[in-house]
Design a protein around this ligand. Structure first.
Ligand code: BJW
Ligand code: ZN
Length: 236
């Protein structure tokens, strides 16, 4: 379906799911497709517990690079548009992102659920409590250890095979939403890729925005082909 104006009723509740595509126009690489490689590694090779166990230095170099990249870019018009919609809708708006960057927050969003973790937090593998961390760990000698117990500190990121953060707090607003808006995600990583199926079963409007059809396109009631910054500021 081609571009259609999104109209919300005052009683609507909007659930927004974003993916790497919303940060693409800020200059951050997406995971899949062109530019989706890092030093010849696929994301599946650096974003797993197996990778961490085998080579924590490689994993920390990857996430240190991701921190550097995120620190060097700015939120774009799509992040800012979502912050404006939150301002208008208040608690009838819920933002869930798969992204670990902080561009939604820097774009003005107040409440953001980072289901796959946060780039600027780390946690001790034993104490398990996340803490703010903007450091780079790029050599074996520099790998961080817990001040408390001496165990290794890892990125506060949800890797393949790990359970996304606080899923219960996602499903409640998803079950109450009257519109699901999904932006810039390939629809290939679960459980996020299944949110549209849950919404569709309840018969609500499900809208996708991105330059190409996602893997789960057939589940959406509307697919708007365009980039996040082209389309999001024109909605509502
Ligand atoms: C633009 C644009 C522009 C470009 N504007 N758009 C078989 C079947 C089903 C499931 C599984 C399975 N085998 C394994 C699983 C489970 C697995 C999974 O889904 N694997 C698939 C690969 C098959 N999932 C998990 O392991 C998850 N955990 C889990 O399932 O636990 C079990 C459980 C769950 C629930 C209940 C009970 C039990 C955990 C997944 C963790 C994902 N982690 C990563 C890396 C860590 C974060 C990081 O380092 O940043 O998260 S993987 C990576 O993919 C990252 C992303 O958040 C995630 C999604 O990627 P995204 O955002 O979709 O990016 P791309 O690159 O794929 O797409 C970009 C899109 O943008 C494209 O479509 C472009 O067109 C578009 N675009 N420019 C708008 N300007
Ligand atoms: Zn510890």
């Amino acid at each position: 379906m081609k571009h259609s104006m999104m109209k919300l009723a005052s009683s609507d509740r909007l659930f927004v799911l974003t993916g790497a595509g919303i940060s693409a126009e800020s200059g951050l690489a997406t995971f899949r497709g062109s530019g989706g490689l890092w030093n010849g590694h696929r994301v599946e090779e650096v974003a797993t517990l197996e990778a961490w166990d085998a080579d924590p230095e490689l994993v920390w170099r990857f996430y240190s690079m991701r921190r550097r990249d995120a620190l060097a870019v700015e939120p774009n018009a799509a992040h800012i548009a979502l912050a404006r919609i939150e301002e208008k809708l208040g608690d009838r708006f819920y933002l869930c992102t798969q992204n670990v960057d902080d561009l939604h927050e820097r774009g003005g969003s107040r409440r953001v659920h980072h289901m796959h973790g946060s780039l600027f937090q780390s946690r001790c593998v034993r104490c398990d409590k996340p803490f703010a961390d903007q450091s780079f760990y790029e050599t074996a000698a520099a790998l961080p250890m817990c001040n408390n117990c001496g165990a290794p500190v890892r990125p506060h990121i949800v890797w393949f095979g790990e359970i996304p953060l606080d899923l219960d707090s996602i499903y409640a607003p998803l079950d109450r939403a009257t519109v699901l808006l999904v932006v810039g995600t390939s629809g290939s990583v679960y459980p996020a890729a299944g949110f549209v199926h849950i919404a569709r079963q309840r018969g609500i409007r499900t809208v996708y925005i991105g330059p190409e059809e996602p893997a789960n396109a057939e589940a959406f009631s509307e697919v708007i082909l365009g980039t996040a910054t082209e389309v999001l500021p024109t909605l509502f």
